[in-house]
Design a protein around this ligand. Structure first.
Ligand SMILES: [Ca+2]
Length: 434
């Protein structure tokens, strides 16, 4: 059994851990490591030392295995029963995708899919072209980064503009989350250029980025900011949602434009790691979802100039178990619309408005990479709200497949499409079953 498949420890760099080996001989023999955690807060640096035994892989004692082996995804289709939309059929549209991250429906019916290792793929007539689209910028692929989101310009049919978020390699092993634009023409991206390159750093801490066009025609881009207090720093582009013109310039009506000590690109701050960013199809609002550490995943309604709290305020717990903050809310900080504790590693988001699933009208769908810290438990969640956008019900579906769900979208045909973020990943389609 592959331990790398069944145990996915998040690296120390993700949680700002500093590993020190000044533990006693007995603890060392048990595979324990003393870990000093530090996080900068506005009210001072808090530090705590804990014994972190699970990281002692390869030392005197092998760490316990978490999770059970996951068999490869079968051929399908699968007919499943769900709580309100009974009998759905899930089928494989394409497989053999390496860590697919995002997708975009083209007006001609074709479909773009990003693969995190740095390839942009196209499905024509539902068939995956074995040849990737050329012209994609080089990406840094270690850790969680690489090629991530893809979005089409609102006037794509006229200008062919495709927007990509990716980790730009900037030398010495460093990577910088970046936004690039190119023109799609005959299977190639042409005139590709970076519109924004954010701060470079080592490791994989908070590399992820989504991009979506608002109804105002502006580009909204998220950046991860899960270490230290970068998400609260108004001069850092990390841990933010940024708002740009379609050419990458800064709109003069941005909430912090012209304010001393603030980067003008910032639309909102205090985000840990946004993995879902959408325009709500019924209200036009920008919604995000973001990952907490060991709990505290959130859905938020994104309002200009607001602070969403990370790392000052969270409902979550840190990886060793302690609460992130003494109180989960604070005056002047936006509270999440939905919270998960423990985490489901939320990723991707769609609000269903099609006519294929009448019982799912207005429901929010999110992917889960893994639930409750147990590998091999990824699935799709459905959330039902009332007319006042207050949560009523949650349902976990596709649990039988046990795949890491990275993205979920409603297609122009009113069906739902799901990407499984696996080494042998797949594009799945969900439709009503007779
Ligand atoms: Ca928050």
């Amino acid at each position: 059994m592959s331990s790398s498949r069944s145990i996915r420890f998040r690296p120390a760099s993700e949680v700002g851990l500093r590993v020190k080996r000044s533990v006693g001989p007995a603890a060392r023999a048990a595979g324990c490591t003393a870990v000093r955690m530090q996080r900068g807060f506005h009210h001072g640096l808090r530090a705590v030392t804990v014994l972190f035994c699970l990281l002692g892989v390869g030392q005197a004692q092998e760490a316990p295995t978490i999770g059970v082996p996951v068999p490869p995804l079968g051929a399908g289709p699968w007919v499943l029963d769900t709580a309100e939309q009974h009998k759905i059929r899930v089928s494989v549209v394409a497989r053999g995708l390496s860590h697919p991250w995002s997708l975009a429906f083209l007006p001609d019916g074709n479909l773009l899919v990003t693969e995190r290792p740095g390839r942009l793929r196209i499905l024509r007539g539902g068939v995956l072209d074995p040849v990737p689209i050329s012209g994609v910028p080089a990406v840094r692929t270690d850790g969680n980064g690489g090629l991530m989101d893809v979005a089409l310009h609102p006037r794509f049919a006229d200008n062919g503009f495709v927007y990509l978020t990716y980790t730009k390699p900037v030398g010495n092993g460093m990577g910088a989350p970046a936004l690039a634009r190119g023109r799609l023409e005959a299977g190639a991206l042409l005139d590709v250029r970076d519109l924004l390159v954010t701060e470079a750093f080592e490791g994989n801490s908070g590399l992820n980025g989504r991009v979506v066009f608002g109804r105002d025609g502006k580009v909204y881009m998220s950046t991860g900011g899960r270490v230290e207090d970068a998400a609260q720093d108004p001069m850092s582009l990390r841990g933010k949602i940024l708002r740009l013109n379609d050419d990458g310039s800064v709109p003069p009506d941005n909430p912090f434009a012209g304010r001393v000590g603030h980067r003008p690109e910032i639309y909102t701050l205090g985000h840990r790691n946004t993995l879902g960013l959408i325009v709500h199809p019924q209200t036009g609002e920008i919604w995000n979802n973001e990952n907490g550490p060991n709990g505290g995943d959130e859905i938020n309604i994104i309002l200009p100039g607001r602070n969403y709290g990370w790392p000052l305020v969270s409902f979550g717990r840190d990886y060793p178990g302690a609460r992130v903050s003494d109180h989960p809310t604070r005056e002047g900080i936006e509270s999440p619309l939905v919270v998960w504790l423990p985490a489901i590693a939320v990723a991707g988001m769609a609000v269903y408005t099609g006519n294929q699933f009448p019982a799912w009208q207005g429901n929010v769908f999110v992917g889960s990479l893994q639930a409750g810290g147990i590998p091999g438990t990824g699935h799709l969640q459905r959330i039902v709200f009332n007319a006042a956008t207050e949560e009523l019900r949650r349902e976990s579906i596709l649990t039988e497949l046990r795949q890491r769900i990275r993205d979920v979208r409603e297609g122009p045909d009113g069906l739902l499409y799901v990407l499984t973020d696996e080494e042998h990943g797949a594009l799945l389609r969900i439709e009503p079953a007779p």
